[in-house]
Ligand binder design. Structure first.
Ligand code: ADP
Ligand code: MG
Length: 372
């Protein structure tokens, strides 16, 4: 898939910006705080229905405005052209339109226009909390399996209800045991499905990931991923889940919260058999992350049969020149690519190679073209 053009209306500091993209590599350049990341964020709205930054829709309308809109034209690998529009209104909320038809469920559209995003926030993926790695798996799986997002949504609903009952029991007593049992059933039913998908994902993803990693480093480093559920699991996951909740019943009542389940999963990132979080160098962290993203690209492409676009936000600033040019060369060879950067000097012939490249210069929420 590729994004052919996009228009941002009252989107962050963009009043009305229109961009036409090449199917090759798009460099979005400009000084700090001019509106580069906002353009990638707008692409995330049309492709994933929401921001890749963990920020609420309410922060997006341009200061003083109550609405924003992103209007894009996309072309799939099979050359089907779609028009996608995301409109937000402070009162009415967010609406998503595909060729003028409103799409009510985000699961209906996520995966049609797949993207892989690498932004500074992702550097928490290898070193940060387990929630970062769960989010990584969830974003990939939601794009690949429509049912995954539905199961995850149902799981979160059950979790919220169950936590509410536990907390209510703790604060106000007595615990509503019937309601708790009902939500425990829902929690286990949906949670088991979420877990089996995540386990399969980690298994299937391994080889692609190892190959991506090997393409970025000299030989001698063996990376691995390991799925770490919050409780010991054998063949019958649902029964193990129930057993774990039974064992934790007293602690859950004391804490007023659900203490086992996929909301507490982790995925261990290993290098040469050691957890990367504790032992890897900064450079290894970064290479690991880029390899994850390249593997994500290949995984999504293989599963969906649709080529994702790559969105790289400020990656050049995070990497030294040698690493950055290797990353750009590798990534730009995959499909349509968007790269933001502050420094024009960072780009040269070697980095871009023979790829079809286009420069979009951003200044104070407007896009300027040299030859315009
Ligand atoms: N809702 C908003 N309305 C107006 N400006 C905003 C809004 N949200 C963020 N900004 C501002 O928009 C500017 C551009 O942000 P960003 O796209 O992140 O810049 P860049 O990536 O070029 O550094 C920043 O100055 C930011 O503070
Ligand atoms: Mg930025």
């Amino acid at each position: 898939m590729r994004v052919k053009k996009v228009q941002l209306t009252n989107f962050r500091n963009h009043t009305d910006s229109s961009l036409e993209f090449t199917g090759g590599i798009n460099f979005i350049t400009g000084a700090n705080a001019q509106g580069k990341t906002s353009i990638l964020e707008a692409l995330s709205y049309v492709c994933l229905t929401k921001s890749f930054l963990q920020q609420s829709d309410t922060t997006v309308p341009r200061f003083g405005a109550a609405q924003f809109a992103v209007d894009a034209q996309m072309e799939t690998d099979k050359n089907v052209v779609n028009r996608v529009k995301v409109a937000y209104d402070a009162q009415a909320g967010k609406s998503y339109f595909l060729d003028s038809n409103e799409v009510k469920k985000s699961a209906d559209v996520i995966g049609m226009f797949p993207i892989v995003v690498l932004s500074p926030g992702d550097f928490a993926l290898t070193g940060g909390a387990p929630s970062e790695r769960r989010k990584f798996a969830d974003i990939v799986l939601s794009q690949v399996w429509r049912s995954y997002l539905e199961e995850l949504t149902e799981y979160r609903r059950a979790l919220k209800q169950r936590n509410r009952i536990l907390l209510d029991g703790k604060l106000n007593g007595p615990l509503d045991a019937d309601m708790l049992a009902a939500w425990t059933d829902a929690l286990v039913a949906h949670g088991t499905k979420v877990m089996s998908r995540r386990r399969r994902f980690v298994d299937e993803f391994q080889d692609t990931f190892a190959a991506s990693y090997a393409s970025l480093v000299e030989a001698g480093e063996t990376p691995a991923l390991r799925y770490e559920p919050s409780f010991a699991v054998d063949a019958d996951v649902a029964e193990c889940f129930r057993k774990s909740l039974r064992e934790l019943a007293r602690a859950e009542r004391a804490r007023g919260a659900t203490l086992a389940g996929p909301h507490r999963d982790d995925i261990d990132f290993m290098l040469n058999g050691m957890p990367i979080r504790e032992f890897a160098s900064q450079g290894q962290h970064k290479t690991f992350l880029v390899a994850l993203k390249i593997a994500e690209f290949h995984y999504i492409k293989a599963m969906l049969g649709e080529t994702p676009a790559m969105l790289l936000d400020d990656v050049l600033t995070e990497l030294d020149y040698t690493r950055a040019s290797r990353v750009i060369r590798t990534v730009a060879g995959l499909g349509q690519t968007f790269v933001t950067a502050t420094d024009m000097m960072n780009f040269d012939e070697k980095m871009v190679g023979m790829r079809d490249a286009k420069f979009h210069f951003v200044r104070e929420g407007s896009v300027v073209y040299e030859n315009a």
